[in-house]
Design a protein around this ligand. Sequence first.
Ligand code: NAP
Length: 201
Amino acid sequence: MGSAEEKLETVESKEWYISAYASDGVPTSDHLKLRSASVSLAIDSIPDHHVAVETLWISIDPYLRATMTGTNDGLYFPQFNLNQAILAFGIARVIRSKDSKYSDGDIVLSAFLPVAEYSLLPCDLLTRKLDPASGIPFPDYLSSLGIPGFAAWVGIEILGQPKSGSNVFVSAAAGGVGMFAGQLAKLRGCKVVGSTGSDDK
Ligand SMILES: NC(=O)c1ccc[n+]([C@@H]2O[C@H](COP(=O)([O-])OP(=O)(O)OC[C@H]3O[C@@H](n4cnc5c(N)ncnc54)[C@H](OP(=O)(O)O)[C@@H]3O)[C@@H](O)[C@H]2O)c1
């Protein structure tokens, strides 16, 4: 996009939404569908304390499955609302802001980012701003510095606490969590053995 004056007032935004819950098995195209929706970016159509954002990265994590069954399990996030865009951990760029804490161009992290190209978000769903000067690649905030890295850290550093020189076995070692669990165990001086579903992994 160009200057503020050149910005489109309305954009067509592709988004993934859930049209039916999948009570068991793998959700398919019967449950998850792609559509195009018009999103007004006009400053007057953005409610107070909301921002208009352009999605940059989305993290597709296993917990999302539990939000598509139609039954709240009390463990994870609530069920997605039918016919609304699904939500995920993601990183977005603020295009327009109606909140004094956020400005055009800010890069923000949210645990409830619509899986859509553009969206309007209440600022209380923004976890934090990311600092481009930190030198940390933004996607790292969704992986090693995000929930997968945190889950691995809890497993190794809080629950497992393996001693240096001991053996650590990591299943799904090429997965989002497993790859960090193995590295954390190695940093503690452990011998790490991982299993994966294929030689390529
Ligand atoms: N991602 C997170 O932020 C997060 C947070 C908290 C907890 N968790 C939990 O941590 C676990 C791993 O998450 P992840 O994000 O690393 O998942 P992932 O990247 O999607 O990896 C999942 C891997 O698990 C393996 N797998 C699938 N079915 C299996 C089975 N029946 N027996 C053994 N391995 C199987 C497969 O690896 P192979 O093809 O190599 O076998 C698959 O690629 C999940 O149980 C998840 O719910 C994840």
